[in-house]
Design a protein around this ligand. Structure first.
Ligand SMILES: [Zn+2]
Ligand SMILES: [Zn+2]
Length: 423
């Protein structure tokens, strides 16, 4: 085992610490998520970070970048191949099967917020190797009302967060009945242009033609523009489903545009796909997205069960909150700073801080070995409203000096009454 010794240790590449001054944003996003999801009747679920490798090779797809190149795979001490969760949907579906949730009224509405995910990819702005997601899944109902609910919930979440300039893109990619015809049309269109394709697209043409529409290489864009559209290949049922979805979204006052290039490359995705994007130019403009995955649970060994959901990257959301100058509500901070001079006063101050906190008043002990002036300076820079000062004189009299930092005045208060006075 290679262990680096006597070096200054740092967090791993693409993995970051979230310091106290950042937590306000996280709390803000978490609280908005809980409020919107619970508002729609979704229940929170947390799943383990580690899962059986095959859950993701089956549930995400063996030939995806995520499983092929980006998944953290570990052989544990028992010799089993396990993986750090790269996404949530497969794990939530596993939990649905494992706990017999199909016996409950359908659909089962679930969400998670702040679960860490792991992908070994090149770190860039808003994209880390350990990142955090909001996930919403509604499992067990194929009706378009549920697609509409999930899309509307996603949109409402961004509205609640106060983000501006977002757009919602929507498409239908058909089902196992009509999609093969569309994929064939794509394959034949692209085969005639093979010489003009980028390297990556050549391999997509072999393995996963739908993903051809995802290509970001400039040279491939004209080809995408001219490519066959899934809309023209939908069977009657898929068309009716999409029409119902758009009608419901209208009634829910959710604005959307149809984006023909929006696809998901795996077989178990069906019909609805959607994405929420920022208007800014750049690679990382998708804040979240999802769709219907009616084939997934069967892929994981369950009976055929429809499902629809989405994922939102929390780092990207926070990045955009900052860009748009949206400040989370300030946390209340410490109310009382307890300064002291002398050994016995120190001991009494320790007890006083503890009593304050137990009575529900946030309090902090002054630093050891510092002059009273230095302690007061620290209290001032923290912006606490009250400072309590304890010295030998005060101890003798059984009092403490209560200093009101906003009014800049102070008075003596009995040690027994001080908590009442502040609270
Ligand atoms: Zn390409
Ligand atoms: Zn169809």
């Amino acid at each position: 085992m290679a262990i680096k010794e006597r070096k200054t240790l740092q967090a791993l590449r693409g993995m970051v610490d979230i310091l106290p001054e950042e937590q306000g944003y996280w709390r803000y996003v978490r609280e908005a998520t809980v409020s919107v999801c619970e508002g729609y009747g979704y229940g929170q679920i947390d799943t383990p970070i580690l899962e059986d490798y095959s859950l993701f090779s089956r549930g995400v797809g063996e030939v995806t970048d995520i499983v092929e190149k980006e998944m953290y795979t570990i052989t544990d001490k028992g010799g089993d191949t396990i993986a750090l969760r790269p996404e949530a949907t497969a794990a939530v579906c596993r939990a649905y099967l494992e706990h017999g949730l199909h016996n409950k009224p359908q659909p089962v509405r679930l969400y998670s917020v702040g679960m860490p995910m792991f992908r070994y990819a090149r770190p860039q702005a808003g994209r880390l190797r350990q990142f955090h997601q909001i996930n919403v899944e509604a499992i067990g109902d194929a009706d378009a009302t549920i697609d509409a609910e999930v899309v509307a919930l996603c949109w409402q979440l961004f509205r609640k967060l106060g983000l501006k300039g977002l757009s919602l893109q929507l498409n239908s990619i058909g089902d196992p009945k009509c999609r093969p015809g569309y994929v064939e049309a794509l394959r034949s269109y692209y085969s005639q242009q093979e010489g003009r394709l980028c390297r990556e697209c050549k391999s997509r043409l072999e393995r996963n033609p739908l993903r051809l529409l995802d290509c970001k290489v400039p040279g491939c864009q004209p080809l995408i523009e001219g490519a066959p559209r899934s809309a023209d290949y939908l069977c009657e049922e898929c068309q009716a489903h999409f029409q119902a979805l758009t009608r419901y979204l209208g009634l829910m006052e959710v604005p959307f545009t149809r984006e023909h290039r929006l696809v998901r490359g795996l077989d178990y995705y069906t019909r609805t796909v959607f994405e929420v994007q920022t208007s800014e130019e750049g690679q990382q403009n998708a804040l979240g997205g999802g769709g219907r995955y009616d084939g997934l649970i069967e892929e994981l060994g369950g009976r055929p069960t429809p499902g629809v959901g989405f994922a939102v990257g929390m780092e990207r959301v926070i990045l955009n909150l900052k860009r748009q100058g949206i400040e989370p509500p300030a946390s209340p901070g410490t109310r009382v700073f307890v300064a002291y001079v002398g050994q016995e006063a120190k001991a009494q101050a320790v007890g006083l801080v503890s009593r304050l906190v137990r009575s529900g008043v946030s309090a902090m002990l002054g630093p050891a070995g510092k002059s009273l002036k230095a302690q007061l300076r620290q209290a001032g820079s923290m912006g606490v409203p009250y400072v309590l000062i304890l010295g030998d004189q005060e101890l003798e009299k059984g009092v403490v000096v209560l200093r009101d930092m906003t009014r800049r005045e102070q008075r003596e208060v009995g040690l027994e009454e001080v908590i009442e006075q502040i609270r």
